[in-house]
Design a protein around this ligand. Structure first.
Ligand code: ATP
Ligand code: MG
Length: 503
């Protein structure tokens, strides 16, 4: 296990180190984090952020923040803003390198025109259904479109008219001319431009054709001088297309795409689409609901940037898909807060305790340690008086074996205060519920130890009834009761209403 101070090592960092040794890219390391602004960032993105910004920082390199905004119907400025805020909050900085794929629309259009001129792209009039049909399957090759042999002149004219808005949405597309028989479906003349009349959050109504992800991503990387383009494994089959596009065109540089396994976490769903469903259907109060695995949700829940960065460091980066238990994430937070949080005592479900031999009206100031892990945090005074509250769960009238907390006749320690012994249990006449305990204290045990050396097994936290403050405490559990809510094998339908799996 690594902690925050030790340097990380993984197969991607090894590749980067090798490249530096070979002086590839003239010794430059330049990465990017490329979110699509169609939702809030989640803990999976955090892995990618730590990786991209981390590798840049470790190698005196740069990391860009780039919004991959080629899908105007799903994108929104609210998402753009939340993403910037989250990345900053996590402790990373893109300086002046904030980019939008939409800033490149004009350049991308030019690149597409170059492809047409080289006979490497054509306008295709097949309907969306026919496109699918002609594409073939994993076991059958695709079929050439009847429009594949259009002349360069005709393609240039049609593409220009697509841009000018002469054709209906979905009536034509621009396709790369590669190989309809390729075993890789991505290489079967993929669509690189589509007609779509939708208002873009940045370019407004300027465009009615939009480039696809595959065409945009590699060129954006190249325009920005990216050296290592890190993405998740599902893009492995897109890599040949990434390389193909760059190989056809006269581009500033040819970044290396490297794939790593995405983070999956137990007891939650991760994809933005599913998280959006939870938000839209009102299962949660919003993207920043403290039960959500979003960075905004984790922040509201009390997670610190340090704990999330450390979590990402611990899970590491590999090629193999796996699911990380949410307990590891929680552990990372506890570990961080343990070191830095000041302790206070609080009681969630109070049970009244009267110390019958403690003088009425007397108050003593007990010395309590602010953080047992860090003496520099000092001590504080905690008032102790005759009437206290302890946690209901810390008392059992009929204690099972191994229950070492308070019970009738039993002596326990009150943290930073005295040993007390339960001498009487007061109950509600009607319900039989325990309403109050009567205890005696031993004045010799002030501070929590006894002169005669007798041992007690339990130590309880407490508050003085008249000095305590009322507080609203929100207790959250996991978002899902199922360990793998998105897993079809576990019943599928991650939010089938017939299954009350959502807490
Ligand atoms: P999702 O599938 O959760 O909706 P996405 O991949 O569509 O996410 P993008 O905005 O496209 O989200 O992702 C931005 C970057 O974050 C990409 O490089 C992507 O590979 C990476 N990323 C997304 N999800 C994860 C994850 N679970 N673990 C690691 N990296 C991720
Ligand atoms: Mg995506």
């Amino acid at each position: 296990m690594t902690t925050d101070n030790t340097p990380s090592s993984d197969f991607i960092r090894n590749i980067v180190a090798e490249d530096l040794k070979a002086n590839k890219n003239n010794g430059r390391v330049h990465t990017r984090f490329p979110p699509e602004p169609n939702g809030y960032l989640h803990i999976g993105h955090c892995k990618s952020i730590c990786l991209n910004f981390g590798i840049a920082a470790e190698n005196d390199g740069l990391c860009n923040l780039r919004f991959d905004d080629t899908n105007p119907t799903k994108e929104d400025v609210e998402y753009v803003e939340s993403i910037m805020e989250n990345v900053r909050w996590l402790g990373f900085d893109w300086d002046d390198r904030l980019f939008y794929a939409s800033d490149y629309f004009e350049k991308l259009y030019e690149f597409a025109t170059r492809l047409i001129e080289k006979g490497k792209a054509y306008v295709c009039d097949l309907s969306p259904e026919d496109l699918r049909e002609y594409r073939g399957t994993l076991t059958e090759p695709g079929k050439d479109s009847p429009y594949r042999t259009r002349s360069v002149t005709e393609n240039l004219d049609l593409f220009q008219r697509m841009r000018a808005g002469e054709f209906e949405d979905g009536s034509r597309v621009l396709r790369a001319k590669i190989n309809m028989a390729s075993p890789n479906l991505n290489m079967r003349d993929p669509v690189i431009y589509r007609i779509l009349r939708a208002k873009h959050h940045r370019t407004g109504d300027k465009w009615c054709i939009y480039p696809t992800y595959d065409f945009t991503h590699c060129l954006s990387d190249s325009i920005e001088g990216i050296t290592h383009s890190l993405c998740t494994l599902e893009f492995e089959d897109n890599r040949p297309l990434y390389d193909w596009v760059l190989d056809q065109l006269d581009v500033p540089c040819h970044p290396q795409q490297i794939e790593f396994a995405r983070l999956n976490l137990s007891h939650t769903v991760m994809s933005k689409r599913k998280l959006l469903e939870l938000v839209e259907q009102g299962h949660v109060t919003g993207w920043d609901d403290p039960r959500m695995p979003t960075i905004s949700g984790l922040k509201r829940r009390g997670y610190t940037p340090e704990s999330l960065r450390n979590f990402c460091k611990r899970i590491g980066v590999a090629k193999r898909e796996s699911t990380v238990d949410i307990a590891l994430l929680e552990h990372c937070l506890r570990e961080d807060l343990n070191k830095r949080a000041q302790r206070v005592m609080g009681v969630l479900r109070p049970l009244k305790v009267v110390i019958v031999n403690y003088p009425e009206g007397q108050v003593e100031e007990m010395e309590a340690i602010n953080n047992p892990e860090d003496p520099d945090m000092g001590v504080r005074k905690v008032p102790f008086s005759r009437v206290l509250y302890i946690e209901r769960d810390d008392f059992r009238e009929d204690p099972p074996r191994k229950f070492f907390r308070l019970a009738p006749g039993r002596e326990v320690r009150l943290r930073y205060a005295y040993y007390i012994t339960c001498v009487d249990v007061v109950k509600d006449d009607e319900t039989g519920e325990v309403t109050e305990l009567h205890c005696t204290y031993d004045p010799e045990t002030k501070g929590g130890g006894s002169p005669d050396g007798r041992k007690v097994k339990g130590t309880l936290h407490w508050v003085s009834a008249s000095h305590s403050l009322a507080a609203e405490v929100r207790v959250y559990d996991h978002l899902f009761t199922k360990e793998h809510p998105a897993d079809e094998k576990e019943g599928g339908g991650f939010q089938d209403p017939s299954e009350p799996e959502l807490i």
